[in-house]
Design a protein around this ligand. Structure first.
Ligand SMILES: [Zn+2]
Length: 84
């Protein structure tokens, strides 16, 4: 009687441990999927860095989208207004 009760609690514990392991595995998988999704959304929002170019007048490196072509290189907005 005592032996069968012990066996029953052991199988119960084994089942409980298996269930906990399964829940942990599912939680890990879910977390990985969610973080991958968040990362890909972040990547779509904004690039990690912007291309820069050197101003031919003051030598400052500025975001290329804010610059205007000037001769061989680029000119920053500040010195673009001096010209006109
Ligand atoms: Zn400049």
């Amino acid at each position: 009687m005592l032996i069968t009760d012990k066996n029953a609690t052991e199988t119960g514990m084994a089942r409980l441990i298996l269930i906990i392991c399964a829940i942990g595995a599912v939680a890990l998988l879910l977390r990985r999927v969610l973080t991958d999704k968040a990362r890909s959304v972040k990547r779509d929002e904004q690039p990690a860095f912007a291309a820069t170019a050197r101003c031919t007048r003051c030598g400052a490196y500025v975001d290329r989208r804010l610059m205007r072509p000037d001769g061989d290189g680029f000119c920053c907005q500040e010195h673009d207004t001096d010209r006109s």
